[in-house]
Write a protein that binds this ligand. Structure first.
Ligand SMILES: Nc1ncnc2c1ncn2[C@@H]1O[C@H](COP(=O)(O)OP(=O)(O)OP(=O)(O)O)[C@@H](O)[C@H]1O
Length: 259
């Protein structure tokens, strides 16, 4: 099941430092939303607040609301581990567990959640998740080999398989292609297009062409200067953002005049 996310008046702090100020936006289900903007404007910081991942950073905290299908993820009694089960994350650098086999990597999240699973269900889940991540054909004959034996692009698809194995509703991707070569990048972009049939996807990217290619909606964040908070400047359908943005700062950024 895919879900929508509504963010209302979100501030994000590291200690006393306000890193992201007053962001309100809506993330539509079964669509790809891209976050773009210059370095330091808070894209990754904001992304992490969508599944409470920032809470692993000491001193990081939020004010405001993040609603998933109307339920506040920061409401009292909401378990952050349960939030992360519904809202999975793929990181910049592929990070398979190096000593685990390919199959064990796919199952790692499921096992972390203390799910008991029969051998045949585990095999089905491994195959289904690897197929979902477009990796099955490349690895089906070596599932017991270490995850670290794969190429960078394959490792990133393995991490996507691991993320979808826990059957999340939403997938957050923080620059998932920045460590990959162009061919692997295209493979991941194709995969993102397929995954949006089943998941709500949010991707942070520095690559403007990538945002234009893969996303339905684009949100542009900016920062007025060092030490200032990042802000959402505008968000719209991706073709509109790239052809006729409302704000001059957006136009300057997407046309490469700064950032
Ligand atoms: N763990 C942290 N502790 C303190 N400050 C942090 C931490 N992580 C990020 N920041 C600060 O928060 C601000 C936003 O950083 P963030 O990494 O979210 O920006 P970004 O837009 O994702 O940048 P980039 O595109 O370079 O990855 C920056 O000023 C950064 O220095």
């Amino acid at each position: 099941m895919t879900k929508r996310i509504d963010v209302n008046n979100l501030n994000v702090f590291y200690g006393n430092f306000l890193a992201v100020e007053d962001v309100s936006l809506a993330i539509e289900p079964k669509a790809v939303t891209a976050f773009i903007g210059p370095s330091g404007c808070g894209k990754s910081t904001f992304l992490r607040t969508l599944n409470r991942m920032h809470e692993v950073i000491p001193g990081a905290r939020v004010e405001g609301e993040v609603l998933m299908d109307g339920v506040d993820l920061y409401g009292s009694g909401v378990d952050p581990v349960a939030v992360r089960r519904h809202i999975g994350m793929v990181f910049q650098r592929p990070n398979p567990f190096p000593t685990m086999s390919i199959a064990e990597n796919v199952l790692a999240g499921v096992k972390l959640n203390n799910k008991r699973i029969s051998k045949s269900d585990a095999e089905d889940l491994v195959e289904g998740s690897l197929r979902g991540a477009n990796l099955w054909e490349e690895v089906k004959d070596r599932l017991d080999k270490p995850g670290s034996s794969l190429s960078g692009g394959q490792q990133q698809r393995l991490c996507i398989a691991r993320a979808i194995a826990i059957k999340p509703d939403v997938l957050l991707m923080d620059e998932p292609c920045s460590a990959l070569d162009p061919i692997s990048t295209l493979a991941i972009e194709d995969l993102i297009q397929e995954l949006k049939n089943d998941y709500t996807i949010v991707i942070v990217t520095h690559n403007m062409q990538q945002a234009a290619r893969v996303s339905d909606k684009t949100a542009f964040f900016n920062i007025a200067g060092t030490g200032k908070p990042g802000k959402l400047i505008e968000m719209n359908d991706t073709p509109t953002m790239f052809s006729t943005p409302s704000e001059k700062a957006t136009e300057d950024y997407i046309s490469g005049r700064f950032g």
